[in-house]
Write a protein that binds this ligand. Structure first.
Ligand SMILES: Cc1cc2nc3c(=O)[nH]c(=O)nc-3n(C[C@H](O)[C@H](O)[C@H](O)COP(=O)(O)O)c2cc1C
Length: 191
């Protein structure tokens, strides 16, 4: 019989970033999206500021996001730097996803900003693990253009977009993650 430890370690280790090119055309039911979102709310949060805020982007919203990212890219780079392939990639990736959740942080002013960021990151990891458990592929995308999505997402003054959580069903076979050993990242002080 598998224990709680076995179950959680399997989900943690099996979770991989699954990118839009791997997504298949299959709708993620709203109930599943809500299951994924619900677990974000159980992340640890200093002074209970609960800084995670999300905008769920689906259907025609995806094309609008792709167009917005493309326009922002065009407006930011000079004509010499402009790459048509890069411009096209925004609409391509957003159209491959079935759902994209904008990851936003609300800064309370009650704690250092890095603690709000850390809490939102914990929330996103909860989402990533829940997505894995429901066989939904996902990854956290953080192009610099997210700094300019405030209008598109109708963010408040104390809110900041820190990523786009792409999601889609997929048929990728599991693969081993690329990690060096833990021993080189841990020191024990026992005296
Ligand atoms: C905060 C954060 C931002 C990330 N931004 C990007 C990104 O912009 N583009 C990208 O390809 N992957 C991004 N990733 C995903 C990483 O590429 C991925 O986690 C890494 O390759 C390890 O693979 P794994 O998630 O399958 O273990 C991001 C991950 C995190 C945690």
């Amino acid at each position: 019989m598998s224990t709680a430890y076995d179950n959680i370690v399997k989900i943690i280790k099996d979770r991989r970033s699954i990118f839009p090119a791997s997504y298949i055309k299959k709708e993620i039911p709203v109930e599943v999206i809500n299951q994924i979102l619900e677990t974000a709310n159980y992340a640890p949060t200093h002074k209970l500021t609960q800084p995670w805020r999300f905008v769920v982007i689906r259907k025609a919203g995806l094309a609008r996001l792709g167009e917005t990212l493309g326009s922002l890219y065009k407006s930011k780079v000079s004509s010499q730097q402009f790459l048509q392939k890069k411009y096209d990639s925004f609409a391509e990736k957003t159209s491959q996803a079935d759902c994209i959740i904008a990851i936003n942080m609300r800064v309370s002013g009650k704690i250092p900003e890095w603690e709000e960021l850390a809490a939102v990151s914990c929330a996103v990891q909860n989402m990533a693990l829940t997505a894995e458990s429901l066989h939904v592929g996902a990854y956290w995308s953080s192009p610099p253009l997210i700094d300019d999505l405030g209008d598109f997402l109708s963010l408040g003054e104390n809110e900041k977009c820190i990523g786009l959580f792409y999601m889609g069903y997929h048929k990728e076979k599991p693969w081993a993650p690329n990690r060096t050993s833990m021993e080189e990242k841990v020191r024990w002080l026992e005296a």
